[in-house]
Write a protein that binds this ligand. Structure first.
Ligand code: HEM
Length: 421
């Protein structure tokens, strides 16, 4: 009998790795009839999916983002029309443009290249390196209470404020709205994570999206009048540029950068520190030799990656490891499983800072390779350099870690620590 696996089930969220191992061994290309999803879990197959965008289109990312995490856009219903119409009316934006508006992460081919070129300018190595000093200032002020011996929640006191402050400053958004940006980033992940859990067309999401879109619309207007040296100004200028972005596309761009810039890096820092607490010998090794911090960040990204899975749509009938995948199918490529594939990595369940793993897909691969990878690496490096001197005295004080309620983002909700006396 074939293995039962529900990609959206919360049952294996606390520790997905044994489930991935079974899938790799028993059903490497698994079909869930219930969800109509092909799940791909071996390293070679995940890379194959990421490397062939002409067969595995990113359109599925749109479906997932826009449908409350379902594998299909929900059928048109009265509730959906009411939701969209109310949003359109309250934001003064075309409600039905949501199906045609371009979104970097979900475009293919030349349309994707055109959108990517707009923001690439803001993420050059030189630009990213220039954030090092600011990241250090933020980390220093965030961890002062920990150094003073106070109880400390690593997530809310360091892993959240660091990326939210940096991405808001990069975009040129006002610092006093940082708490809102974080709340909205969480809402976006929550909205995309909830098949069967929440109704995507509920008042909660409608009001949240209206509030966020109206705020971003206002900030966009201001940026247009007084452009500055920031990402928002670069994107806004493209309303008149070759890409001819609509106001909705500008806002979607900002939403993507805000959510991608926040939720992922927060979880990387949380997962990394949690892994270090479970592997004190590795923490000690790096604390003794801080030149190993970049290697630790890489190994942390492989060991427990914040983005566990990305989605694709098969553009034609195809085959993967002997399984036929019909055109139009939804394909889930499990990055978190590829990173633990024993066919590729030796003793993959061990955190080993000396491993020097290459080409693991935590940031994706190919055309959609994460735009913010160097920024995420910089933030994680600076955060760890701040926190490592507190080892080996750092201990957990909370109960077992509970994870973000999502089937594609992975990280602790809280990580309570203190310095042992
Ligand atoms: C540890 C942190 C991060 C991880 C693990 C991560 C992971 C990923 C992955 C797996 C993709 C590929 C999606 C796909 O192939 O469909 C991606 C794309 C992307 N990421 Fe990240 N990300 C991180 C941090 C960031 C940051 C800090 C930013 C922005 C400030 C960012 C912005 C983006 C954008 C805009 C894309 C879409 C790129 C495209 O479609 O061309 N990410 N990220």
């Amino acid at each position: 009998m074939s293995m039962h696996f529900d990609p959206f089930s919360p049952d294996w969220r606390e520790d997905p790795y044994p489930v991935y191992r079974r899938l790799r061994d028993e059903a490497p290309v698994h079909y869930s009839a219930e969800r109509e999803i092909y799940s791909v879990t071996r390293y070679d197959d995940v890379m194959q999916v990421l490397k062939t965008p002409e067969v595995f289109s990113s359109r599925a990312m749109f479906t997932m983002l826009m449908s409350g995490g379902s594998d299909k856009l929900p059928p048109v219903s009265l509730k959906m029309i009411r939701f969209l119409a109310t949003m359109g009316w309250k934001t003064r934006m075309n409600p039905f443009e949501f199906q045609t508006a371009r979104n970097l992460i979900a475009e293919d081919g030349t349309s994707h290249a055109q959108l990517r070129a707009i923001v690439n300018r803001g993420f050059t190595p030189k630009r990213i390196e220039s954030w090092d000093k600011r990241a250090r200032e933020i980390v220093d002020s965030c961890i002062a209470p920990l150094r003073d011996g106070e109880p400390f929640d690593l997530v809310s006191q360091l892993a959240v404020p660091l990326p939210v402050t940096i991405i808001a400053e990069m975009l040129g958004l006002p610092a006093e709205r940082n708490a809102d940006f974080k709340r909205w980033s969480e809402m976006i992940i929550d909205f995309s994570s909830g098949p069967g859990r929440d109704d995507p067309f509920s008042k909660k999401y409608r009001d949240g999206f209206v509030e966020m879109m109206n705020c971003l619309k206002q900030l966009t207007k201001q940026s247009r009048m007084t452009p500055a040296d920031d990402l928002l100004s670069i994107i806004v200028a493209e309303q008149e540029g070759e890409a001819g972005l609509s106001i909705r596309e500008v806002i979607q761009f900002v939403m993507l950068l805000m959510a991608a810039g926040n939720e992922t890096t927060t979880n990387l820092i949380g997962n990394l520190v949690s892994a270090l607490l479970d592997h004190p010998e590795q923490a000690e090794k790096v604390a003794r030799d801080p030149s190993l911090v970049p290697a630790l960040v890489e190994e942390g990204l492989r060991y427990d990656t914040p983005v566990q899975v990305v989605f694709r749509t098969a553009t034609r009938d195809t085959e993967l490891r002997g399984t036929r995948i019909p055109a139009g199918s939804f394909v889930a490529a499990y990055l978190g499983s590829a990173n633990r594939d024993e066919r590729r990595f030796e003793a993959p369940d061990r955190l080993d800072v000396m491993r020097k793993a290459q080409l693991f897909p935590s940031f994706g691969f190919g055309k959609h390779f994460c735009l913010g990878a160097s920024l995420a690496r910089l933030e994680a490096r600076v955060a760890l350099e701040g926190i490592l001197p507190t080892f080996p005295g750092l201990v957990r004080t909370g109960g077992p870690v509970s994870y973000v309620d999502s089937f594609f983002v992975r990280g602790p909700q809280r990580l309570e620590l203190k310095l042992a006396a």
